[in-house]
Design a protein around this ligand. Structure first.
Ligand SMILES: [Zn+2]
Ligand SMILES: [Zn+2]
Length: 346
């Protein structure tokens, strides 16, 4: 049996190849992928900043589908709709035992980063990496929640955001639009910072109270003053940073109120260079988050089932359209999250 798989090769070309369909071993499940999210992190793989080992590797770390077959010892049943938690974890180390699956000490790998991922007709994963998708949540939404949604939930939890706080969400991309909703749900008043008026309108439609549009690349210098103006002179309690340039990160720290938290989420190759006194005198904290835990994914799916987390789908592509989707993402011309739809497009 062969299947289609979007694979990155060592020369950094991306192609939809015909490969052998994997079969599930003991404790593993074969999932037929219905939908897969297209993420900014995929661009880092395409650019060689994140290197699979070995090449070629099937890309994609945001997948949802239906169980097609199960290996020995699996309790989940064929036909169940599932979302795939993309970080493999051992389940037995000190980090796993306290629920920090994203920080597993044994680092068994991550789908679409260094293991074959979900931009394919099928993927094999350990049963413990699957979360049942609640009724009423479509599989395209579930796919996006396995990265952007759970990341937003995790970052919001670690930020310590509380009811009545002011939160800035800097960057209204696929994660940002869900961060707006997670922060709002946690009780925050959200100031959205976007690079176009369209993204700002989208953020407001999903719960942002006010917004700032920064179009020029150097516009971040004015952001701290604007945030103070929009928060009664106080500044933000939490700044969710999703842009990742040196200018945006520095501005983020300077937007904070005393005791505020700068939340660093996502990958960047740029430096945050700031004098420590800027943290010290206001008792500002730097909170780092990477992906999310399995319970965060369960929470994101539950929030979606309650209607509290809505994924704006910016575009739907067949698997063969993956390069078009990535090109649109690179041009920052995407409102919400793009998805690949695999079933029906073969
Ligand atoms: Zn992602
Ligand atoms: Zn572990």
């Amino acid at each position: 049996m062969v299947m289609r798989a979007a694979q990155i090769h060592e020369d950094l070309t991306l192609g939809v190849d015909s490969v052998d369909t994997p079969s599930p071993g003991r404790g593993e499940v074969l999932v037929r992928i219905h939908a897969a999210g297209v993420c900014g992190t995929d661009l880092h793989i395409l650019d060689g900043m994140i290197k699979p080992d070995p090449y070629p590797m099937t890309v994609g770390h945001e997948a949802a589908g239906v169980i097609e077959a199960i290996g020995d010892g699996v309790r989940l049943t064929v036909g169940t709709r599932v979302a795939v938690y993309n970080k493999l974890f051992c389940g037995a180390c000190a980090q796993c035992l306290v629920g920090r699956h994203n920080l597993c000490d044994r680092e068994p790998g991550q789908l679409g980063f260094n293991r074959d991922g979900g931009d394919a007709d099928y993927v094999v994963v350990p049963e413990r990496n699957l979360v049942a998708v609640p009724d009423g949540v479509d599989l395209a939404t579930a796919a996006v929640l396995t990265c952007a949604g759970m990341t937003a939930v995790h970052a919001t939890k670690l930020s310590g955001l509380r009811i009545g706080d002011t939160a800035v969400v800097n960057g209204i991309g696929g994660v940002g639009i869900l961060m707006v909703q997670a922060a709002r749900r946690a009780g925050g008043r959200v100031i959205a910072v976007a690079d176009t008026a369209e993204k700002m309108a989208l953020a407001k439609a999903h719960g942002a109270a006010v917004g700032v549009v920064l179009t020029a690349a150097d516009g971040f210098e004015s952001l701290p003053d604007q945030v103070r103006e929009l928060s009664g002179g106080r500044g933000a309690d939490v700044f969710f940073e999703l842009v990742g340039t040196s200018a945006s990160m520095t501005a983020g720290v300077r937007c904070l109120a005393k005791g505020g938290r700068f939340v660093s989420t996502g990958y960047t190759d740029q430096m945050l260079t700031i004098h420590p006194i800027e943290f010290i005198l206001s008792e500002i904290s730097l909170v780092s988050t990477v992906a999310a835990t399995l319970p965060d994914l369960e929470d994101a799916l539950r929030l979606a089932a309650e209607g509290a987390m809505v994924v704006p789908i910016a575009g739907r592509y067949p698997l063969e359209g993956i390069s078009d989707a990535l090109t649109a993402l690179r041009q920052r011309a995407v409102l919400g999250r793009q998805v690949l739809e695999l079933v029906g497009s073969a």
